[in-house]
Design a binder for this molecule. Structure first.
Ligand code: NAD
Ligand code: 3PG
Length: 526
């Protein structure tokens, strides 16, 4: 597999990919059409914040399985477009949290003690000792916007330095905030009380320009530190607020446009400190995120769970070994069911009985949907199958029952066109040996194979022999079969494993016999 890496990541991550036998291509320069060419045959793309993974880039990457973000922020990746294309997007949300929090604390001190300004003066030979009277953080109030991983780490560090904590985060519980020692308040209150305001939200439509002129006006001389994302703070408004003394100073690591333009008004204001997006730039953080991202890329190639996937069904790592064998079984049942129905699918029901009903089966359900949509869509996988169902207005339901008649676990996929419903039920025997044990209400014992045929016929002597003769005439070898019937002499259903595709002519000839009600050829490949 080819892994294209378009932003610098630690060698430790590249080694993980190479050690797993994959090819690494680094290309930190390509932009525009060059990037589109570079990504065309890539199976994975690894980026940091320097590459915009747009819809256009994703569409040019027809072989792509996963986009790995070696870091936290994914605002540079069109996750919706990736989902539509069935491409996993995964980030590394833990590895650089400490580095980002430490940089935030460093920036708070830099601003409160004018370290960069004094440093620059001294470098030019000026001993400006009398000009800098800093602010002590001890005993002051820290206002935190966004009390997630980085926000909490910053809270912990600055709490230990004697700051009082007040936070704005509508998506965190009072209980969690209390554990951290932070008082939750609305944004206006936080702005009004903060001696130092630190920002730690993602960039979303809701947070874009969240701190503008009006918000900055609420601050009474405090400092603003943004090491989260550019675009959350209105840069011209911040430059003006610092210039006018409404805000005592600011320290920014991130900008609406990166690299920051030399024309930015921020650069003209003495008390604005800037760093070029260095929050995650420590050796430890870079190793952490690169290894975590590389491991997820390798896992995606091997069909294993991608732990930090942002657009794929969630998986509990410890439960995965119990759930994994059912992923393929559900897909197979979905494929068989939809080919037996052979008409427009209106709804899909996936039922779990027995031990499997105790598990988190989100990925199994997604896989069943993948099986249902496989014959319809050219690129369906567990990432985009739920989305395809939603877009097509196909109802999806999941049921669970702790008891399973005669079996330890059963997974049934039932597809319906609104009038007719066909259910295909599978189980696993010892060594995860897959068996189809019920088809449309008939009890069978069929081994799912690449090519199958299902017939409905009257249960009378000579029918199966006739089917064998016709198959032979068309050079189709029957590798195995299972016959099931409701009542002696009634209707029967037979599942055949065949070595060759059953041609339409063979099926027409079979169906021309009044004893054969219906034949369906099923391909599980593709
Ligand atoms: N400068 C860097 O190099 C660097 C390094 C790491 C992370 N980051 C950035 O820091 C930010 C935080 O990362 P994280 O890992 O803590 O993310 P996180 O998801 O753990 O936390 C984000 C928090 O923001 C809160 N939030 C979301 N919308 C909000 C809103 N409208 N108002 C208030 N709160 C809101 C969420 O509830 C959550 O608690 C991200 O933008 C990330 O990209 C930057
Ligand atoms: O979101 C992040 O992880 C940080 O902003 C780091 O970005 P970077 O990997 O481009 O340094």
């Amino acid at each position: 597999m080819k892994v294209l890496v378009t932003d610098p990541i630690s060698d430790a991550g590249l080694d993980v990919i190479r050690d797993a036998g994959h090819e690494v291509v680094t290309d930190y320069e390509s932009e525009g059409s060059d990037l589109l060419n570079a990504v065309a045959d890539a199976n994975a793309l690894i980026v940091r914040s320097g590459t915009d993974v747009t819809k256009e880039v994703l569409e040019a990457a027809s072989e792509l399985v996963i986009v790995g973000r070696a870091g936290i922020g994914v605002d540079n990746i069109d996750i919706d477009a990736a989902t539509d294309q069935g491409v996993i997007v995964a980030n590394a949300p833990e590895g650089n949290v400490r580095a980002a929090a430490e940089h935030t604390v460093a920036m708070a001190f830099a601003a409160a003690r004018s370290i960069p300004q004094a440093h620059a003066r001294l470098k030019t030979g000026e001993w400006a000792k009398g000009e800098y009277l800093g602010t002590e953080l001890n005993g002051k109030t820290l206002g935190i916007v966004g009390l997630g991983r980085v926000g909490q780490e910053v809270a912990k560090k600055l709490d230990s330095l004697g700051m009082d904590l007040v936070a704005f985060d509508p998506y965190i519980s009072e209980e969690r905030a209390e554990q951290i020692g932070a008082e939750l308040a609305d944004l206006e209150t936080v702005l009004g009380r903060a001696d130092v305001l630190t920002i730690h939200t993602p960039l979303t439509p809701e947070t874009e320009d969240m701190i503008g002129e009006a918000e900055l006006a609420e601050m009474e001389g405090g400092y603003v530190v943004n090491c989260a994302r550019g675009g959350i703070v209105d840069e011209p408004a911040l430059a003006a607020a610092v210039e006018d003394g409404i805000v005592a100073g600011a320290a920014l690591d991130v900008f609406a446009e990166e690299p920051l333009s030399a024309d930015s008004p921020l650069l003209d204001v003495e008390d604005v400190t800037v760093t070029p997006h260095l929050g995650a730039s420590t050796e430890a953080a870079q190793e952490n995120v690169a290894v975590s991202t590389a491991e997820q890329v390798v896992a995606a190639f091997e069909g294993e769970p991608v732990m930090n996937a942002l657009n794929a069904p969630s998986i509990d790592e410890s439960a995965f070994p119990r759930v994994e064998p059912y992923i393929e079984l559900a897909e197979t049942a979905g494929k068989i069911a939809v080919q037996l129905l052979d008409s427009r699918v209106e709804s899909v029901e996936i039922s779990y009985e027995g031990d499997i009903a105790e598990e988190d089966v989100e990925i199994v359900t997604a896989s069943a949907l993948k099986g249902v949509f496989q014959p319809l869509e050219w690129q369906v996988n567990a990432v985009n199958a739920p989305r395809i169902a939603e877009q097509r207005g196909i109802g999806v339901s999941e049921t669970k029952r702790r008891q399973a008649e005669d079996f330890q676990s059963l997974v049934t996929v039932t597809v319906s066109d609104g009038e007719e419903a066909i259910g295909v039920c599978g189980t696993l025997f010892a060594d995860d040996d897959a068996r189809i044990v019920r088809v449309d209400g008939y009890r069978v014992d069929a081994i799912p194979g690449g090519k199958m045929m299902v017939t409905r016929n009257t249960d009378e002597p000579g029918v199966i022999g006739h089917i064998g003769t016709v198959m032979g005439k068309y050079d189709v070898n029957i590798a195995g079969m299972f016959n099931a019937r409701e009542t002696d002499g009634g209707e029967a259903l037979t599942v055949y494993n065949v070595d060759q595709e059953v041609p339409r002519g063979a099926r027409e000839e079979l169906e021309s016999d009044p004893r054969i009600i219906e034949t369906k050829y099923i391909s599980l490949n593709g």
